[in-house]
Design a protein. Structure first.
Length: 488
């Protein structure tokens, strides 16, 4: 058995099992961040929320005598009182905030091994997204050298993570991922994306994830470093991320913020609690606001909804409707909608990962016209050879027998053989009044079909609600006749 086994797939998303020294975890999952200095929700309680693996910071433990001595003597799992898998970060985050750390790459890797970490992280350089290309490349080269050193140094059972850097430069992210892939890490975190998420640059985040993924073996597990808001889980999972970590549940709580899968509320703006977790069942909005332990209650609620959303994402992969969930979640914020559009600019890549049969395709809006399944149909048009007369219709007629071929017309796909009507994805649930974008795609695909089959003659029984500027273009083709719409 390999360390990461994929059991179900949807788009570039997957359900997998990752084997660590302290047990097997199911991905995608989120690792609650544990602060070894102050932690309101105890690590031993985390399983009750759905956590299978935790993440903490080895540099914080290393720096504090009392914590370091206990971790070296009794082990990390005893220090935190958690017997499941634990990942440790290296102090790179402190490096990015304070500019320096009092530890070397070798020292912190050695320390992580000695305390019994399940997944260790070398001292990579989290490069801020807005630095120049030259600076990003310099930092990346140093990161790659440190990771090479760590890879040679680490033997034994600890899994080693190889963080992919490269700021927002797509070629650097891909190059870094490819380079690290050649060295063979057990987990690939995508680093330094927190500033992108903090400033709602989700479309840039899509670029970063897609470029880095292209440089990796698709079967390698990926961690999106610092991503803990449930609103973006579906999107990031669909792009191939498997692990997330959430400090957000505690940090947001400190700011009196209440997380939902659609966004965040300030608790003082809540009149109702739109959630059924134990906290929200036990309190009214007023009680929650006034509670002496409001921060802890909010942290608990935030953790519940975080894991709830991850289960929703997993169920969607299992059922094969992850892209429907992504399209819904990306309507929560205009910046997320930009990210959705950007994701579908990568449909040629998504199409290569996407299973060929899934649950019924649901049309959820104009963006659905760019889904990988629609693109796949366009690619497959070349394989369709038509001879003689072809009827294209979207409603039953009595004329079928008068033609050599009968095709159905359904936006956003276009025209496909009637025999496939019940087959995925043509059994799609679509709106009866197609939008401009889905008609555009459907007619472009139909024009292509006609061009690919110059010997055939096409007759299209059109509907009034299928009007679109491209109909005129179709009508001008020599072997294409339009039967004008009857009133709908
Ligand atoms: N935490 C958030 N981002 C990063 C990163 O890029 N590298 C490391 N090591 N930790 C992080
Ligand atoms: Zn709740």
């Amino acid at each position: 058995m390999s360390q990461f086994d994929i059991t179900h797939k949807d788009a570039a998303g997957r359900i997998g099992k990752l084997t660590t020294p302290h047990g097997v975890i199911e991905t995608p999952t989120v690792m609650p961040v544990i602060n070894p200095n102050l932690q309101t929700i105890k690590p031993s309680e985390m399983r009750d929320f759905g956590a299978e693996i935790l993440i903490t910071n080895s540099y914080i433990i290393y720096r504090k005598d009392e914590l370091r001595e206990k971790a070296l003597a009794d082990g990390l799992h005893s220090l935190l009182d958690f017997d499941g898998p634990i990942m440790t970060d290296s102090g790179s985050f402190q490096l990015s905030v304070y500019g320096e750390v009092e530890v070397t790459n070798q020292e912190i890797i050695d320390f992580q091994q000695k305390i019994g970490t399940d997944i260790g992280v070398p001292l990579d350089i989290p490069t801020h997204p807005d630095v120049t290309y030259e600076k990003a490349k310099q930092d990346m080269d140093i990161t790659i050298e440190r990771l090479r050193e760590a890879r040679e140094f680490v033997q034994g059972s600890m899994l080693l993570a190889g963080p992919v850097q490269g700021a927002v430069y797509k070629d650097l992210r891909e190059e870094c991922a490819r380079e690290l892939s050649g060295m063979g890490f057990e987990v690939y975190p995508f680093g330094a994306v927190v500033p992108l998420m903090e400033s709602y640059r989700y479309a840039d985040l899509v670029d970063v994830i897609a470029s880095a993924k292209k440089g990796l073996d698709p079967a390698a597990p990926v961690h999106l470093f610092g991503a803990g808001h449930p609103m973006m889980f579906a999107l990031a999972v669909a792009l191939g991320c498997d692990l997330f970590d959430s400090a957000a549940y505690a940090l947001y709580a400190k700011d009196r913020r209440y997380i939902t899968s659609r966004g965040t509320y300030h608790v003082d703006q809540l009149k109702y609690l739109p959630c059924s977790c134990p906290v929200c069942i036990d309190h009214t909005a007023e009680e929650l606001k006034k509670a002496h332990n409001c921060t802890e209650l909010l942290a608990r609620h935030n953790l519940y909804v975080t894991f709830e959303e991850m289960r929703e994402v997993k169920q969607a992969i299992w059922e094969g409707n992850l892209l429907e969930l992504v399209e819904q979640r990306c309507r929560s914020h205009p910046r997320m909608l930009e990210a959705l559009k950007q994701m579908y600019n990568y449909s040629p890549w998504l199409e290569e990962c996407d299973p060929s049969s899934k649950s019924t395709f649901f049309y959820c809006g104009p963006e659905s016209s760019k889904r990988p399944e629609v693109l796949r149909f366009n690619k497959n048009l070349e394989r369709l050879t038509l001879k003689g007369s072809v009827l294209i219709r979207s409603y039953p007629t009595k004329k079928d027998r008068e033609y050599d071929n009968v095709m159905m017309f359904k936006p956003p796909f276009g025209s496909y053989p009637q025999d496939l009507a019940e087959v995925y994805p043509f059994n799609a649930e679509v709106v009866r009044t197609p939008d401009y974008e889905s008609l555009e795609t459907a007619y472009l695909n139909t024009i292509r079909l006609v061009e690919l089959n110059p010997e055939a003659t096409f007759t299209f029984f059109m509907k009034e609600r299928f009007e679109h500027p491209l109909v005129e273009k179709l009508g001008e083709m020599d072997n294409f006749t339009i039967v004008p719409p009857k009133a709908d």
